[in-house]
Write a protein that binds this ligand. Structure first.
Ligand SMILES: Cc1cc2nc3c(=O)[nH]c(=O)nc-3n(C[C@H](O)[C@H](O)[C@H](O)COP(=O)(O)OP(=O)(O)OC[C@H]3O[C@@H](n4cnc5c(N)ncnc54)[C@H](O)[C@@H]3O)c2cc1C
Length: 327
C-alpha cells in the first residue's frame, strides 16, 4: 500500500549540500526528510570495500578556507571524524591543509546524518505543485507532501526533475542552469600484492596524461591492506566514459604501473558522470520560487559555492538560511 508522507521540508540528496542544509533546518526547529537514490550516505563522498581493502573512491580530501567551515572542520577533528592528511607534497610548497574523513570520507556524511531522517535507495521521480505544497513521487510508489523543497542533485539531474513536474522556470534561469557543466571521472580501485611505492603522503596529482590523481589508501590510513585509488583525468574519462569499464580501468592501471611498484591483484571501476563542476554559478544557492507563486523551492550543491567539498557545505548552509524564513 503506497504511503503518503508529509514534512516541512523535503531535501533531495544526502550528499554534503543536502545533509548540511538538513542539520541547519532541523536545528531551527523544522521537520526535515531527506531522500537519496544511493545506497550509502554522502553522494560523491564514497567508499568501497574489496575483500580486506578499503577505498575512498570519490572525494579524496577537503580544504577549508571559509571561517565558519574551518570551525566546523576543527569540531569534526575534535570528535574524531576528520583529521589532517597532509599539507604539502614532498619537496613542494606548503599549501592548504588537506583533511580527510576518519576512518573514511563517508564518516563525515554519517556524522552529519546521525539525527536526520534519511530514506536511502529512494529516488524522487516527479514533482508537482499542489496548492501551497510540493507533492513529490518516489520510485517506491510512496509520495511526500512538503511545504518546501530543496534539490541538491547535480544540475542536469535537477533540470530533469524540474521538467518532470513542468515547474515553470524562466528562459533566463534555464540558460543560467544549463551553463553549469561537470567533468566526468573514471575511478579505479585496485588491490595490490604489496605496499605501493608512492612516496609519503601517498598521494599524487597530475596536470596532464590520462591520470589526474593516485592515492594510497593504506598510507592514508583508510585500508588495512595495500590498495590504491586512480582517477582518470577529465579528458581521458570523457573520451572513455561509455567504453567497456574493465578495459578502461586496465588502461589506467597500465599508465599507473611505473609508480605503483607492486602488482594489481584485483580491481573495480566506478564511473562518475558528474564528478566536479567545471563551470559554476556565482550564487551560493538559488531560490527558484522567489517572485513566483511556487511553494518554497531552492537548489544547492557544489555547482554554486565552489566545485568541491567545502563549496557543497557552504551551499547547503546558504539554502537552509534562505528557506528557513519561508516555511
Ligand atoms: C571522483 C571524485 C573526486 C573528488 N575529489 C574531491 C576532492 O579531493 N576534494 C574536494 O573538495 N572535492 C572533491 N570532489 C567533489 C566533491 O565530492 C563534491 O563537490 C561534493 O561531494 C558534492 O556534494 P553535493 O552535495 O553537492 O552533491 P552530491 O554528493 O552529488 O549529492 C547529491 C545527491 O543527490 C542524490 N540524488 C540525485 N538525484 C536524486 C533523485 N532524483 N532522488 C534522490 N536522490 C537523488 C545523489 O544520489 C547524491 O547522493 C570529488 C568528486 C569526485 C566524484
Amino acid at each position: 500500500m503506497p504511503k503518503s508522507l508529509s514534512t516541512d521540508i523535503l531535501i533531495i540528496g544526502a550528499g554534503l549540500a543536502g545533509l548540511s542544509a538538513a542539520v541547519e533546518l532541523q536545528k531551527a526547529g523544522k521537520q526535515v526528510l531527506v531522500v537519496d537514490k544511493g545506497r550509502g550516505l554522502g553522494g560523491r563522498l564514497a567508499g568501497r570495500r574489496i575483500g580486506d581493502a578499503t577505498f575512498d573512491h570519490g572525494a579524496q580530501f577537503m580544504t577549508a578556507r571559509d571561517e565558519r567551515f574551518k570551525a566546523v572542520v576543527a569540531e569534526w577533528i575534535r570528535l574524531g571524524v576528520a583529521a589532517e592528511w597532509y599539507s604539502s607534497y614532498p619537496g613542494g610548497e606548503d599549501c592548504h591543509p588537506r583533511y580527510r574523513g576518519v576512518p573514511t570520507m563517508t564518516a563525515i556524511a554519517k556524522h552529519l546524518a546521525q539525527d536526520i531522517d534519511v530514506m536511502r535507495t529512494v529516488r524522487a521521480v516527479r514533482l508537482a505543485q499542489q496548492g501551497n505544497h510540493w507533492h513529490v513521487e518516489l520510485d517506491t510508489g510512496d509520495s511526500v507532501q512538503a511545504k518546501a523543497l530543496l534539490i541538491t542533485a547535480p544540475i542536469p539531474q535537477t533540470l530533469d526533475l524540474l521538467h518532470s513536474g513542468a515547474v515553470p522556470i524562466t528562459e533566463e534561469m534555464q540558460t543560467r542552469l544549463a551553463r553549469i557543466t561537470y567533468e566526468s571521472c573514471i575511478a579505479v580501485m585496485a588491490v595490490l600484492d604489496q605496499p605501493s611505492a608512492l612516496a609519503k603522503p601517498g598521494a599524487m596529482a597530475f596536470s596532464d596524461g590520462p591520470i589526474a590523481w593516485i592515492s594510497d589508501n593504506q598510507q592514508k590510513g583508510v585500508s588495512a591492506v595495500p590498495a590504491v585509488t586512480i582517477h582518470g583525468s577529465g579528458s581521458f574519462s570523457a573520451a572513455h566514459f561509455d567504453q567497456d569499464r574493465h578495459a578502461v580501468g586496465q588502461q589506467l592501471i597500465d599508465a599507473a604501473q611505473p609508480l605503483l611498484g607492486a602488482n594489481v591483484v584485483e580491481f573495480q571501476v566506478q564511473g562518475w558522470r558528474y564528478s566536479k563542476p567545471d563551470v559554476v554559478d556565482s550564487a551560493r544557492c538559488i531560490v527558484l520560487s522567489d517572485n513566483t507563486t511556487l511553494p518554497p523551492l531552492a537548489l544547492a550543491g557544489d555547482a554554486f559555492a565552489g566545485p568541491r567539498f567545502e563549496g557543497a557545505v557552504l551551499s547547503g548552509w546558504a539554502a537552509a538560511a534562505a528557506l528557513e524564513p519561508l516555511i
